[in-house]
Design a protein around this ligand. Structure first.
Ligand SMILES: Cc1ncc(COP(=O)(O)O)c(C=O)c1O
Ligand SMILES: N[C@@H](CCOP(=O)(O)O)C(=O)O
Length: 466
């Protein structure tokens, strides 16, 4: 399997190099040159398999040239054994043909654990094999950071630097990152927003000279193909649990960086019958405005009750644009260069092709709270604000009541007690036992200005072998 860049100018790479490279040198994102395709018969034969077996069947074609079967199986066993539910991603029914898939039963209580528990193991495996050390640099709006730290903290061959927007993540999210002790773990609160953090990360990958050639950067954000790969699996898992592939499914996906929903799009391309994908955004609704009106235009980023989705420059949207433009990297490059200067549209027939599968809705804070209340009153089931946006968008955009609609439950409500309080419910979601003392643990982080050079100097000074 070879991987090519969405900007068309970087050399194609194999899995190991894609894993370690993160962002392509031409600024693009790597995607597989061709996707594996599974027949309905083959998918049907996976019914009832444990999650790890399913994960192996779906992911192995992407990694087989780099990792022997037994080693990959072992990594998957270790990865999914840390989840608190036997089903790994259990489904909860809200109504007839309406479900939430709980993706927050991993150690840091968000869907990021599915990929980052695996990514840590993959990185360690490959770095060990090559005798190399890497400096992990990631940006987080709250959840990727803690999942990356948890997934990579045991890795012998990495230092981890995570940038989060200062005072723009929930207190639980911040403490999940800043209370993990370790000489190789560095949390930086940037006086800016998530887009600023993500921009710094991408610019640092493009020019790594600040590390003076002594180390290479590795990515934990969904710019790293391995993140997307692991997120494809749970679409198959949900479908198989509800009668797929003999019936089609619809998914509603709380969306920010477009990684999770892009994984759903790939699942469909790999043979899973998916009839609808709903892009569910908060007030930072650039993707909804594009999907509903073919206008891609950046607005000022706003702070909402769903902070993990406070994202305007949505990385993985580039991967979809690449497909919509017939995999013409030059066209994507020009489009994104223009998008940085002002509003852009794509050819109408390309946009209409996207609309066959995708719908979208933007949900504001008041509606998020109303949905948390509504579902709690109907089902005694507490949604986190991101999942609530998914449920509201699912109910708004549903095309066919006969088709199961599955909202991805992306985070545990205990991560966002302020949003739950704001919804007016008198319930306080408890943190699980392993996080019971979170508020007593000592925090360690550094606040830096929104200045790339300052952040890079900090990294250059603090990584282990600097
Ligand atoms: C809880 C939660 N929900 C939804 C999202 C959006 O996912 P994506 O960025 O893959 O679109 C994120 C972060 O990205 C998140 O942390
Ligand atoms: N919501 C994310 C933002 C980063 O997204 P990623 O999927 O590209 O890592 C977060 O919680 O950090």
């Amino acid at each position: 399997m070879r991987y090519i860049s969405t900007r068309g100018e970087a050399p194609a790479l194999g899995f190991e190099d894609v894993l370690l490279t993160g962002l392509a040198p031409d600024g693009g994102l790597y995607v597989p040159e061709t996707l594996p395709h599974f027949s309905l018969e083959e998918i049907r034969s996976w019914r009832g398999l444990p999650y790890t077996e399913l994960a192996f069947n779906i992911m192995y074609p992407f990694v087989e040239e780099a990792i022997p079967e037994a080693d990959f199986r072992q990594m998957l066993d270790e990865t999914y054994s840390v989840f608190a539910h036997k089903a790994v991603a259990p489904l909860v029914q809200l109504d007839t043909n309406e479900w939430v898939m709980e993706l927050f039963r991993g150690p840091t209580l968000a869907f990021k654990d599915f990929a980052l528990q695996l990514l840590g193991r993959l990185l360690d495996y490959v770095l060990e094999k090559r005798g190399q050390h890497a400096v992990i640099l990631g940006a987080t709006s709250g959840d990727t950071g803690s999942a990356a730290i948890e997934g990579c903290r045991q890795c012998e061959h990495v230092d981890i630097f995570i940038l989060h927007p200062y005072e723009r993540v929930s207190e639980v999210q911040r403490r999940q990152m800043t209370t993990v002790q370790g000489d190789n773990i560095h949390n930086i609160a940037v006086r800016g927003n998530f887009d600023d953090c993500q921009r710094m990360v991408k610019e640092s990958f493009s020019d790594q000279s600040f590390l003076e050639g002594k180390a290479r950067l590795a990515a934990v954000n969904s710019i790293n193909w391995a993140r997307i790969m692991a997120q494809i699996v749970y679409y198959f898992h949900a479908s198989l649990a509800l009668g797929g592939p003999d019936r089609s499914m619809a998914f509603s996906v709380p969306t920010g960086n477009f990684g999770d929903i892009f994984a759903g799009y790939l699942a469909q391309k790999m043979g899973l019958p998916v009839s609808q994908l709903v892009i569910a955004t908060n007030r930072n609704d650039i993707l909804h405005r594009f999907m509903s009106g073919n206008k891609y235009e950046q607005h000022t980023l706003e702070h909402t009750l769903s902070p993990s989705m406070d994202i305007m420059v949505s990385s993985n949207f580039e991967r979809l644009l690449f497909d919509l433009h017939g995999r013409d990297g030059q066209a994507v490059k020009e489009l994104l260069e223009n998008a940085a200067k002002g509003p852009v549209s794509i050819a109408d027939y390309r946009w209409k092709r996207a609309r066959k599968l995708f719908d979208s809705a933007a949900v504001d804070d008041a509606m998020t709270c109303a949905t948390i209340r509504e579902v709690y009153q109907q089902n005694e089931y507490l949604l986190d604000p991101h999942t609530a946006i998914g449920v509201r968008a699912a109910r708004t955009c549903r095309r066919d009541e006969q088709i199961p609609m599955i909202t991805l439950g992306t985070a545990h409500p205990a991560k966002f007690p302020d949003a739950i309080a704001e919804s007016g419910l008198a319930v306080k979601p408890d943190l699980p036992a392993h996080m019971a003392e979170l508020f007593e643990r000592k925090e360690r982080y550094t606040v830096l200005d929104n200045d790339r050079d300052g952040v890079q100097s900090f990294i250059a000074k603090h990584w282990k072998n600097a």
